[in-house]
Design a protein around this ligand. Structure first.
Ligand SMILES: Nc1ncnc2c1ncn2[C@@H]1O[C@H](COP(=O)(O)OP(=O)(O)O)[C@@H](O)[C@H]1O
Ligand SMILES: [Mg+2]
Length: 247
């Protein structure tokens, strides 16, 4: 049975899509069969991050509107044979509701993926409430700034209020200056602020952004791959120490 991972955050721009691609890349390089289901309706971006926007014919909206089967909307990425993707609709579709998305996830679950990674829209709305019903793990992505940490805490407490306990934290866009003149002094403050245990720490790096803007596979960048491989192995249940010294 596939493991379903919801990648979420309180704030947009925290790095959910980047993290989804990073984790999927690393898991696929470990020969785990992975698919990203992009649920950020109207704000598709993973096709660009993966450099495959010209490959997209159908998207999740087409599946929900019964214009195609789910298998028609699955795009093979250029990373390797283990990494597939279903794009979000680019139009805000009035027919789209998250119960339909759940139905798609149920179908995907029967398709022999080891992992289904759901790139959710930001916020504490319907998407998160619906998706947690089928998720095995929720990853809360936050940056080290106070507003993002506070919004991450809101996500964590909302999940708790629905008795969803398996959520973990990725602190993204970390740099030395993050903690200068900030009420958040260190990574412990971020963990305490959100109230979640740590799955990984990802530095901000212009090279990472360059990869994303140009659709260059993250697997080609050793630094990103090693950070996300450590995260992927922790998801797999291995003990891997944090690679914080590189920040
Ligand atoms: N660790 C990082 N280093 C550099 N750029 C990053 C990093 N994480 C995210 N970004 C960039 O920040 C922007 C927002 O990230 P994105 O993943 O789209 O956020 P979200 O999906 O949470 O809205 C993108 O341009 C992305 O490439
Ligand atoms: Mg996104």
């Amino acid at each position: 049975m596939s493991q379903i991972i919801a990648v979420t955050s309180g704030k947009g721009g925290a790095g959910k899509s980047f993290t989804s691609v990073g984790i999927a890349t690393a898991l696929s390089c470990l020969k785990k069969k992975v698919i990203i289901l992009e649920l950020d309706v109207g704000l598709r971006c993973i096709d660009v991050m993966l450099g495959i926007e010209n490959k997209i014919v159908y998207d999740l909206g087409d599946v929900i509107n019964e214009n195609c089967n789910i298998s028609d909307a699955i795009v093979k990425t250029n990373v390797n044979d283990y990494f597939d993707y279903i794009p979000a609709p680019t139009n805000i579709d009035t027919n789209f509701d998250f119960e339909n998305a759940l139905q798609c996830i149920r179908v995907l679950r029967r398709m022999n993926y080891d992992y289904i990674i759901i790139d959710t829209p930001a916020g504490v709305g319907l998407s998160l409430l619906s998706i947690r019903k089928l998720s095995d793990l929720a990853i809360i992505v936050t940056t080290p700034d106070l507003t993002c940490v506070r919004d991450g805490a809101k996500v964590a407490s909302l999940l708790e209020s629905y008795d969803f306990k398996n959520y973990k934290l990725i602190i993204n866009k970390v740099q030395k200056q993050s903690f200068k003149n900030s009420p958040i002094h260190n990574l412990d403050d971020v963990m305490d602020g959100v109230g979640a245990s740590l799955l990984g720490v990802v530095p901000i790096d212009a090279q990472f952004e360059k990869c994303m803007f140009n659709g260059i596979p993250l697997s080609s960048n050793d630094k990103i791959l090693s950070i996300f491989t450590a995260i992927a192995k922790r998801i797999e249940g291995e003990y891997v120490s944090l690679i914080i010294e590189k920040i």
